[in-house]
Write a protein that binds this ligand. Structure first.
Ligand SMILES: Cc1ncc(COP(=O)(O)O)c(C=O)c1O
Length: 410
């Protein structure tokens, strides 16, 4: 075998990386980490200055809830700092079982399995259930983890235009009934803040005998009865075969869950590699999720959802008043507001302007969103105050004028 010439190879690597980085910078697509100070809450510090945080998924404001923090500490004290093993080895502990049982009863599903993250859950579900010769039907705006899960599965992937059910139906008709078919959608689309029409999707799944997977990452805690998610809002929980949700958004912890019929969960336990070959969630994350879910199910959850919904309505009205009308179709309970500007540089400039005005609301650019749809994504927390929203609206109005941004669709 020819010896490797490390000098030449390293040069090639640095050329490749350097060129790619320059390209990203030239196209305003280079990203870097921004360090924020303080616990995740409406007021944080950035670059030594107080800012109003409007880019967090802490929708219910539970990340700094004293009882949630206490529950994490108690779990660490009782069960140790880490589970130090994958779940099928020795990492599945009493506290993991308690969380699985709580989620199953909350979601009214037979059984639940925990994953290290939502990303791991989605790639695990799709790649273990689907394979060569099978067909996955995926909305074009589904989360990156779903897209990667589809790729890993080696199944044929039919991507249908966003929420376009006539095309989904056409695609379903075109595929053979002999192949395994799976439809996967986000319940709430993370970058657009709109809903998948689950009532109609359920009908299609049943008509064409396709398995239906709903990613409830952004709906969990926020929508439906007791915060059970988008399927609950549409009253189709029973018809959704697999319900996935994350612990790292409204539930202010880390990790993810998948709830379904017992046979599906047993199958994932045996086949999902991102579950089998990955360390089980640390007790602190499980402990805080347990507390958050109990809060979400009870009066505190109800109160916070009401507050979040009031704030979302307030922001909707405010945006309309400053000439950024919110789509009639938008579900007002969803605390995600995409201000689609289109041009990436203009979006970055508006985000910088807002930052100077004390509002932390980042620009979302390709590849996270489609080319030509760069946007500012505003997300609210139940712990925001109306004056925070007033500040945002004032800054937005001035910023858009100053930067000559005439169209800012929602
Ligand atoms: C719709 C959706 N699914 C899955 C995930 C991944 O979840 P996690 O952050 O727990 O990996 C996200 C995260 O942003 C998401 O928005």
């Amino acid at each position: 075998m020819k010896p490797i010439n490390h000098k030449v190879d390293k040069k090639k690597w640095s050329d490749f990386i350097g060129t790619d980085i320059s390209l990203m910078k030239e196209n305003d697509l280079f990203r870097s980490l921004r360090k924020v100070h303080g616990s995740q809450s409406p007021i944080m510090k950035f670059n030594g200055k107080e800012i109003i945080m409007m880019s967090s998924n802490n929708y219910l404001g539970l990340a700094d809830h004293p009882e949630v923090i206490r529950s994490a500490i108690l779990a660490s004290k009782k069960f140790g700092n880490s589970s130090v093993a994958s779940p099928l080895l020795s990492g599945f502990m009493q506290i993991h079982e308690s969380l699985c049982k709580l989620i199953s009863s909350w979601k009214e599903k037979d059984q639940t399995i925990l994953f290290g993250s939502g990303f791991l859950a989605n790639i695990g579900i799709i790649s273990s259930l689907m394979g060569k010769g099978d067909v996955v039907f995926s909305d074009e705006l589904n989360h990156a983890s779903i897209i990667e899960g589809c790729r890993l599965s080696a199944a044929k992937v039919k991507i249908f235009p966003h929420n376009n059910l006539s095309i989904l139906s056409k695609y379903l008709k075109e595929t053979s009934r002999k192949s395994k078919r799976l439809i996967v959608v986000d319940g709430v689309f993370s970058m657009d803040g709109d809903l998948a029409p689950l009532d109609e999707i359920v009908d299609l799944a049943q008509k064409f005998n396709a398995l239906l997977v709903v990613d409830e990452a952004h709906a969990t805690g926020v929508l439906g009865k007791k915060g059970r998610g988008a399927a609950s809002l549409f009253k189709v929980e029973e018809e959704v075969d697999i319900s996935m949700g994350t612990l790292g958004k409204s539930l202010a912890s880390y990790g993810a869950f998948v709830s379904s019929k017992s046979d599906v969960i047993q199958y994932l336990t045996n086949k999902a590699k991102s579950f089998i070959y990955s360390t089980s969630l640390p007790p602190s994350a499980v402990g805080s999720a347990l507390k958050s879910i109990r809060l979400v199910q009870g009066n505190e959850g109800e109160r916070r959802r009401k507050k979040l919904s009031d704030l979302s309505h307030y922001l909707s009205d405010g945006l309309t008043k400053i000439g950024i009308p919110v789509s009639e179709k938008k579900c007002k309970e969803i605390p995600i507001f995409p201000l689609v500007i289109g041009d990436t540089l203009k979006t970055l400039r508006l985000s910088d302007f807002l930052m100077k005005a004390g509002i932390f609301s980042l620009a979302i650019r390709p590849p996270t969103v489609r080319e030509g749809t760069s946007r500012i994504r505003i997300s609210l927390m139940a712990t925001h105050k109306k004056e925070h929203i007033d500040n945002l609206l004032n800054a937005l109005e001035i910023g858009a004028k100053k930067l000559n941004i005439s169209s800012c669709k929602n």
